[in-house]
Design a protein around this ligand. Structure first.
Ligand code: ZN
Length: 85
């Protein structure tokens, strides 16, 4: 990914792989929000627990998209987003 993905809602750095960033993600089929690492694709149920290695899940969701900063402004998780102005 390049600097363009500053458009997505960043919540942290991945504690699993140590090199990916964690973004708020939305599953297409269910509109469910969760957190996913851009690199190793580890998943967390919410940004509240995304710094915990013990709370990680894998392949719990179907096709999903990173949530944009514009969209997260309407969601309660925006308080966890680190790159929102
Ligand atoms: Zn990772």
């Amino acid at each position: 990914m390049n600097t363009k993905d500053i458009d997505y809602a960043l919540v942290g750095d991945c504690p699993i792989c140590g090199q990916g960033r964690q973004f708020i993600t939305k599953e297409r089929h269910t509109d469910e929000y969760y957190v996913m690492c851009e690199d190793c694709e580890s998943e967390w149920v919410s940004p509240v627990e995304c710094d915990s290695i013990n709370k990680v899940r894998r392949e719990n969701h179907g096709p999903s998209d990173f949530v944009t900063l514009t969209s997260i402004n309407l969601h309660s998780w925006k308080e966890h987003v680190k790159n929102l102005n």
